[in-house]
Design a binder for this molecule. Structure first.
Ligand code: C2E
Ligand code: MG
Ligand code: MG
Ligand code: MG
Length: 280
C-alpha cells in the first residue's frame, strides 16, 4: 500500500500538469470559437499534365493570441473530443465555399476552381450534416460540383449505416467525395467498394519515395491505375520535387499538390497567385 502511495506521489505532478494544460487549452478553444480566431490557408491542386490550377484545399489554422499560429494537428483532436469541431468545421466549410465562389466569380466564364474541405468523423456523426453542406452552398452561391469533401479512411473505419446514407445525401446535392491519405488505412480497397467516392488522394508517404524507391513507385503507379479503372480522379499529395512530379505525370496521375507547387497560402497570397494580372 505504501509503495502504491509513493508511486502515486511521483506520478501526480505531471498528471496534474497535463490535466491543467488540457483544461486551459479547452477554455482557449471555446474562446477561439466565440472570437473567430481561426483562419484558412489554401493550397493549390494542380493538373499535372498542364500545370494549371484546378482547385484548392482549404486548411484551417488557429491564430492564438499568445501562442501564435497553431497547426490543425495540434488542436483538431481536442476540438473533436469536445465537440467544438462542429462549429469550427461549419465555419471552415462556409468560409471555403464563400472564398471559392468569390474567386470563381472573378472568372465567371468557366467556374473553374474546386475547393476541398476536410471533414472530421464527429461532423459526419451529425444528422444535420447534409443540411449544413447545402446551406454553405446556397449561401455562397458555389455550384455543388465545385465542392469536394475529404474523408480519411480512419473516419470510415467504424462507420454505421447512417454514415453511408448521409454520404449519399451529400452526394445527391452534387458534391464530390475524396478519400484523403489513401493507402494508409487497413483496408483501403474495401472503402472504394463501400463508399461513393470520386477522388483518391494518394498519401504523401507513397509520393515521398516515388522518385527513388522502386517499390514505392510501383505501388503509387498501381494506385493511379486502380483509380483510372474505377474512373476516379487521382491526386498525389505532398509533391516536393521535380523528380516526383515527372514520375507521377508519366504515370498519368491527374492532379497533385505539394510544396513543389506552393505551400498552403493566405487568402491574399492565393488571390495574387490566381489573378497575377490584377497585381499592378
Ligand atoms: P491533409 O488533409 O492530408 O492535408 C495535407 C497536409 O499536408 C497539410 O498540412 C499540408 O500543409 C501538408 N502538405 C501539403 N503539401 C506538402 C508537402 O509538399 N510537404 C509536406 N511536408 N507537407 C505538405 P496541415 O495544413 O498541417 O494539415 C494537416 C491535417 O490536418 C490535414 O491533412 C487534415 O487531415 C487536417 N485538417 C486541416 N484542416 C482541417 C479542417 O478544416 N478540418 C479537419 N477536420 N481537419 C483538417
Ligand atoms: Mg485533406
Ligand atoms: Mg491528406
Ligand atoms: Mg496527410
Amino acid at each position: 500500500k505504501k509503495k502504491g502511495k509513493d508511486q502515486y506521489a511521483i506520478f501526480e505532478p505531471s498528471m496534474r500538469e497535463s490535466f491543467q494544460k488540457h483544461l486551459e487549452m479547452e477554455a482557449d478553444l471555446r474562446r477561439a470559437v466565440l472570437r473567430h480566431e481561426f483562419q484558412l490557408r489554401f493550397q493549390p491542386i494542380v493538373r499535372l499534365a498542364t500545370g494549371e490550377i484546378s482547385g484548392l484545399e482549404a486548411l484551417v489554422r488557429w491564430q492564438h493570441p499568445e501562442r501564435g499560429m497553431i497547426p490543425p494537428l495540434d488542436f483538431i483532436p481536442l476540438a473533436e473530443e469536445t465537440g467544438m469541431i462542429v462549429p469550427i468545421g461549419e465555419w471552415v466549410l462556409r468560409e471555403a465555399c464563400r472564398q471559392a465562389a468569390h474567386w470563381n466569380r472573378q472568372r465567371p466564364e468557366d467556374q473553374w476552381l474546386t475547393v476541398s474541405v476536410n471533414l472530421s468523423a464527429v461532423q459526419l456523426d451529425r444528422t444535420d450534416l447534409p443540411d449544413v453542406v447545402n446551406a454553405a452552398l446556397t449561401d455562397s452561391g458555389l455550384p455543388a460540383h465545385r465542392l469536394v469533401i475529404e474523408l480519411t479512411e480512419s473516419l470510415l473505419v467504424d462507420h454505421r449505416q447512417e454514415t453511408l446514407e448521409r454520404l449519399h445525401a451529400i452526394k445527391d446535392l452534387g458534391v464530390r467525395l475524396a478519400i484523403d491519405d489513401f493507402g494508409t488505412g487497413y483496408s483501403s480497397l474495401a472503402y472504394l467498394r463501400r463508399f461513393p467516392v470520386d477522388i483518391i488522394k494518394i498519401d504523401k508517404s507513397f509520393v515521398d519515395d516515388v522518385g527513388d524507391v522502386p517499390a514505392a513507385a510501383a505501388l503509387t503507379l498501381g494506385i493511379i491505375q486502380l483509380g483510372q479503372a474505377l474512373q476516379l480522379s487521382t491526386v498525389a499529395e505532398g509533391i516536393e520535387d521535380a523528380g516526383q512530379l515527372s514520375e507521377l505525370a508519366d504515370g498519368n496521375c491527374e492532379l497533385g499538390q505539394g510544396y513543389y507547387f506552393a505551400e498552403p497560402l493566405t487568402t491574399d497570397a492565393m488571390q495574387e497567385l490566381l489573378f497575377p494580372a490584377d497585381k499592378q
